[in-house]
Design a protein around this ligand. Structure first.
Ligand code: GLN
Length: 240
């Protein structure tokens, strides 16, 4: 009998912050965790709910400014829980709107400030143009491929580390050539796509970090990623 090792994946705000296929990130983590021999369980955090006791991996997606506004107060309420998990090296992947709210704030086009929880030393200000299109990054996890759609321009502070360098696309702000942010095992990025199905190496990195925090080790299974590789090949040749 195989001992079934659980991994608890928490998706933040699935109703308000979940666009452009971001839920595919959760599905990919579940499937790959199973292939690596774990029994993943997905739980959800909605505004007003108690924050779960035990979490191995946290996922957050993009959304409209209005969705960000809706979750703002609750996110500030669970600020301490998320900071504690981050400081304990729990892996998290935050895409677009949730990436912005893991920084200090997002200032909308009409001048409203939506506060974030400042896990990243970063600030975001709505810009005059939307940055839309396919993106390729150079990251510590190799080439990451995805799709961006945001008007917010994010600027990293002095203590922040970027997720990657832009090879194609706009990235954080269309100016400095950087994309996303990293704090310990917390990753913020503008890349939808969804991101993880097209970037299995990075998906496995998140699972590995979760497994190491929970079980002290990770023994990867061999997974046939031919289809993901084909998808990456096509995505690489797509026009911006
Ligand atoms: N509202 C934010 C922006 O446009 C986030 C968009 C998103 O999550 N796709 O910058």
């Amino acid at each position: 009998m195989t001992d079934s090792k659980t991994l608890t994946i928490l998706q933040l705000y699935p109703n308000e912050m979940n666009i452009y296929g971001d839920r595919g990130n959760v599905l990919t983590l579940v499937r790959r965790a199973e292939l690596h021999g774990f029994s993943p369980e997905v739980i959800y955090h909605d505004p007003g709910k108690p924050f779960p006791q035990s979490v191995d991996l946290v996922v957050g997606g993009g959304g409209q400014d209005s969705g960000q506004d809706k979750v703002q107060n609750d996110l500030l309420r669970i600020n301490d829980d998320l900071h504690m998990l981050a400081d304990h090296e729990i892996p998290m992947i935050m895409v677009c709107g949730m990436y912005q709210l893991f920084g200090r704030f997002f200032k909308t086009a009409d001048g409203k400030t939506i506060k974030g929880i400042a896990i990243f030393d970063a600030e975001t200000q709505a810009g005059p143009t939307r940055m839309i299109g396919n993106v390729i990054l150079d990251t510590p996890f190799g080439e990451i491929i995805g799709y961006e759609n945001h008007s917010g321009q994010t600027f990293l502070g002095k203590t922040a580390r970027s997720f990657g360098k832009v090879k194609k696309g706009a990235g954080n702000n269309g100016k400095d050539g950087y994309e996303g942010a990293i704090y310990k095992n917390v990753y913020g990025t503008y890349l939808h796509g969804s991101l993880l199905p097209k970037n299995p190496v990075f998906a496995d990195e998140l699972i590995k970090q979760a497994a190491i925090q929970r079980y002290g080790k990770f023994t990867p299974a061999q997974i046939d990623d031919t289809l993901a590789e084909m998808a990456r090949d096509v995505a690489r040749t797509r026009p911006r």
